[in-house]
Design a protein around this ligand. Sequence first.
Ligand SMILES: [Zn+2]
Length: 466
Amino acid sequence: MSIRITFHGAAQMVTGSKHLLEVNGRRVLLDCGMFQGEGRESDAKNRHFGFDPRSIDAVILSHAHIDHSGSLPRLVKEGFKGPIWATPATRDLCAIMLEDSARIQESDHEHELRHAREGARVPDPLYTVADVGPMMDRVRTIPYGTGQEVVPGVRFMFTDAGHILGSAAVNLTVSDGEHEKRILFSGDVGRYVDRLLPEPAEVPQADIIITESTYGDRDHPEPGEAEPELLRQVLHTCVEKKGKLIIPAFSIGRTQEVLYVLNKLSNEGKLPRIPVFVDSPLAVDATRVSRVHSDLFSPEVREELHRDPDLFSFPGVEFVQNVERSKQLNDRQQPCIIISASGMMEAGRVRHHLLHSLGNARNTVLAVGFCAPGTLGDDILSGREVVHIFGEPVRVKAEVARMGFYSAHADRRELMRFLEGQDPASVERVFLVHGTPRSMEGLRALLMERGFAHVEMPERGSGCDL
Ligand SMILES: [Zn+2]
């Protein structure tokens, strides 16, 4: 009997998703995510996988978010030669997101070189744009619901996780010749309410469950139906004041949701006639990918496509690619809407727009997502009178508004609903990953109440025989 799992990332934390499954000496990696947000500590973890990339036979990728896919170019650069299995939409999103990630690393590296003290060693980027192509060449796609052998003894099937476009739960059947085990790897689980995506699909019964637990200790607030109405009011105030409306939004997911709501208002004749600029190259690309994969939207949204074949475009919208055009928007005096990344206002072109707009009471900033403590977005939302952008103090005179949008992660109730179809008596072990100690404790208590006998919270680098 030889089936073993080792947790190399997203263990007692929410980034770096990476789990190594070994069956009969063959090695399959579930996700290959980047560690994020801890400075030097993350950098060290991203440089050392904890296993030899050359020894891995195949990768199965749950979805395109960087904390699940962001170390793939480095894995290939360090000698991984096997296939990377993903859904077609995950492949298309990875192509743009990993290139973007590489570009950010290259420019951060140049910046560090310029500002480093003499003689100081500046580490190389984890990978560059040139490393992304060879990695993408290794991607093999498979749609939801189709069985596929990865290596002898390991088969899997993707089911829709409803988290982002193309996201999947991985349903594995592994066999060492004597024993067979059904292993469920949840990836990131989405919502049962989402503007664009369907509910997470039901998953087959498993013997072993590896599940995310990001919000395992809390429930999201009930989504308000009044949000499009709120957006409409903000728009009208903005037009009356002849100001700009800046909407900082994540390029993938949230930008498309905002465009979808604006498109709906436009179709209903409720959108004021002012130009709308989508000013983030990644957001423009992600919107294109979303259009290509519109068959993955929820049944209700697909129904709408019969009446309006492009749900992200309406009269007055312009997708801005080049920097010159983006700069022109800074000097623009007429009312307009600018949707730009990043959502937490920490990076990207949105900082230029904020720098030029915050000081004028005619303008409005509308936050549509979560802003982590310590970010520029959080400073602005918490009502600071002066914030710092590119090191410069900026007085906040613009109006600041907030619109609650759905989180992309299931909450406690939804994680339990995702596992509803599982008979706890048949499940030998549950491993909680992708959570904080607190969120894991919360989910563990609930799962044990429901009859799951062995619920574990593995540490990074720990492994066990199944
Ligand atoms: Zn994710």
